[in-house]
Each structure stands twice: as C-alpha cells, then as structure tokens.
Write a protein that binds this ligand. Sequence first.
Ligand code: XMP
Length: 517
Amino acid sequence: MADTIIILDYGSQYAQLIARRVREANVYCEIVSWRAPAEEVLARQPKGFILSGGPNSVYDPGAPALPDYVLGAGVPVLGICYGMQLLAHRLGGRVAGSTRREYGPATLAVDETAAPLFANWGASDGRGETVWMSHGDKVEALPPGFRPIAHSDNSPLAAAADPARGLYAVQFHPEVAHTPRGAVLLSNFVHRICGCGPDWTPANVIDGATTAIRRQVGDGRVVLGLSGGVDSAVAAALIHRAIGEQLTCIFVDTGLLRLGEAVKVVQTFQQEQGIHLIAVNAVEEYLEALAGVTDPEQKRRIIGEKFVRVFEREAARLGRIDFLAQGTIYPDVIESAGKGREARVIKTHHNVGGLPDDMQFQLVEPLRMLFKDEVRRLGAALGLPDAIVWRQPFPGPGLAVRCLGEVTWERLERLRAADAVFLEELAAADLLREGTQQAFAVLLPVRSVGVMGDGRTYQEVIALRAVTSEDFMTADWARLPHELLARVSRRIVNEVAGVNRVVFDITSKPPGTIEWE
Ligand code: XMP
C-alpha cells in the first residue's frame, strides 16, 4: 500500500487541485468528505491529513466540523483556509468573523525561514512570494502551542505551526496556480513533515493496478468498449497487461469519428498492442437512425441507445462474459459522489463505453483513482502512441453534435475534411497540446453566398472552435495567430468541396458551451 494522504473536503472548489498537487509530488492521496465514517478513513492508514477550504464560517449553525479521529490519529495535519480556521476554533484559538474579506494576490513574508513547511520556498530572506487569498473569516489568535511562521499585509497570521503536535495551518491557498510556489509547500508537507516516500509513480501504479486486476478478475473474461479516447484506451492497455487474452475490446465504428480515427484505433490496439479487438462497422445503422433528425438532444439519445444495442449484440456473441471494464477516472468518481443535488441538464452527456443499465456484469475500473494527467502518463508508460495519449477530449456522440442540422454521410465527410485541415495546421504550429485544450471544426446548417473564380457560390459554412480550459467547466476562446487562421481558412475553402466560408468562434464558456450542440 502506497503512503497515503487524506484530504478532507469541506466543500472547497479547490479540493481536486490539492489532490493533484500532492499526486504531482508522487504521493498518493484521496479526497473524502469530512462526514465520512472514521473507520473508512482510518482503514487507509493515512500518514497525514489536509483539511481543505470551504464556503462556511466556523460560526455557521451546523458548520462542517473537524472529526475527532483527525487529531486522534497522531499524524500531521495541514489546515488550508477554512481548515486553518477549524483547527484554531477547535484548539482554543480565536476566529474573527469577516470584517474585511480578502480575495486576490498577497505578498507573503516568511517569519520562520527554517520551518520545514517553507523549505526551498523562495528567497532565503523569506520575502516576497505571491500567495492567493480567498477568505472572509480569519484566525485572530492562535491556539496554545501554535506560533506564527508567516504573515501578509492583511493577515498577520497567514501561516502557523505547532511542530510538537505536527499541526500546520495556512490562510492562503497553496494549491492554486496563483500561488506560484504552493506546490513546494504541499510537497514539503507530505515529504518532510508526514514522511511520505515518492512512491506514486507510473511504474508503481502499473504494478499495483495489474495485481489488483488479476486478483479481481481471476480467470474470468472481461469486455471493454473502446472509443479511441484516452481513458478507455489506457484502461484497455492496462487490463491487457494484467490479463492478456482474457480481455476482449469492442470498438464500434459509428461513422461519427474524425478523419482516420477508426483505422488508427484498430491499428494501435489490434496490431501494435496485440489486444483481442472486435471492430464493428455500424456506420449504416447509425446513419439510418439519425436520418432526418436535427434536434441535438434527440441526436444524443439516439446515439446513446444505439451504442448500447450494438454493444450488447456484440457482447452476446462472445459467450460467457464476467466483467465489464470502463475507463472511469477520479473526477467522475468525485463528481458522482458529490451529486446530492441534481444539476440542471445542459446537455445529456453520453460516454461511449458507458454502462448499459440492464447489463449484468461486474465492473472493472482500473483508473478510478486517477486524474486525467496521470492517465496520460500511464498511457505513455504502457507504450501507447502520442496520438492517443495526448488526444483532446472528444464527445461521445462524436461528429453528430458538430454537424449541425441533419447528419448525412456527405456532410460528415465535409466536416471531417475541414476538421483535419484545422487540426493539421494546429499541430504544425505546436498548438494542439499546450495552446488549446480543445479545437475542432463545426459544420453549420446555413449556406452563404460567395464568389470563386468568376462564379457565384452558395455553400455551407465551417465554424472553427478552439478553447483554452483547465477543467472544461469554464473555457476561453484561444487567441490563435491571425496568420494561422488565415491559412486554415484559405485551405478549407480551397480543399473542401461544398464550403465557401469559414468563421471563428469567439465565445467563452459561459455563456457559450464548448460544443455547439
Ligand atoms: P460543453 O459543450 O458542455 O462540453 O461545454 C464540455 C466538455 O465535454 C465534452 N462533451 C462530451 N463528452 N460525451 C462526452 O464524453 C458527451 O456527450 C459530451 N458532450 C460534450 C466536450 O467535448 C467538452 O470537452
């Protein structure tokens, strides 16, 4: 079992970021609710706790509390923001209600440069590192045993420590990018203070996962729906590494994939990885089901249902199957655990490989505890090609939701050709991995007038969408170089029959969404 840090979630919008920073320091961690039963948490034998921030005041009626087992476990604790206030409130310090909120950057002066929390933190005189503040309440008097170790102009107690009891607290947020040295502080906490080893590495993750898969599956048979996306691809490679021939992958060619994608999936998994793969050509079936349909939600429903039917039919042909494997990743797990309240449905998301409700399989989900960047690193370590490991997200319903209006083969081919030009130019400019998190073409259901040579044209419009985003919940349009846009536009109009105009989408999310349907 890897050294484990437990992050108690007090409703912070940054809990996942804390976890990612800890994982980046090669230490395994899990996020659990502050309400989780003590036995469940202690069973993980944590080597330290991090208490997240949260929207509450410790004085709110029914405010989230500090469970007894945290201080009773005898391991170090780091309280961040609300977590700091909780520690102070609980241990006899004083928390002041918000007289003046503090939100934004602050300059942190470290008063105790020898404190292990601030090892390698910044300038040796402790001056001048920027930290991100976001709080209403703040700690006004420290509990007995604590001493201040850093301050900012507005927060005399920006960081405090009680080294004898292993208790540490910071008012600012070390987990966010706006605290440039924050990762150093979290790494100090988990390594120097909690004593965790740097054992969360791709090689160890692969070892642990393959052992766990073998134990779970025994000599059973596993089926996995491969979409070509990163998650199902890495899950397939990992499970194959663990159980080889006992895994069968089903890949459904819906006709809604991008240029060359179906061929690439088959080549990678069947030929290069040697995985038993059944490739189903269901293009006709999908096109028939989508004929005449223009409503986005109806398209999504049809595609979701169709996938279940095709998958079931193919799986039934395999005879006895004991397990269904899925590429579920940690953010999905955290989000579904946190779903007490139903969010309003903006779009019905559908994941190819999603679990049909009425199928009787046990689940194998080897990526359940991994973040997306960890999944990519694992994929690379398992020998998957860059084109798959670094693939940008692609919606389950595929090009159907980028082909606005009716989905016909001719229009799909038009869209595919335009999209390929855009992606090719972005890749050539090195903007597919870093400069954009998602980029694609959309075919619009309108025609516009143009002139080509001496003739009038009346053809369809391509919209280019390129966004930067951290988590795809919010996004901004990518400021692509004008020269690049000019080249893409020129090439699309010249090379793609049926398109005579190209536009660039300059809407952020919100109010727009990333996809157009
Ligand atoms: P929106 O358009 O809601 O998209 O801003 C946010 C992210 O989700 C992707 N997306 C989907 N992914 N099934 C998926 O697996 C879907 O039905 C689906 N719809 C949107 C979208 O590409 C973006 O990355």
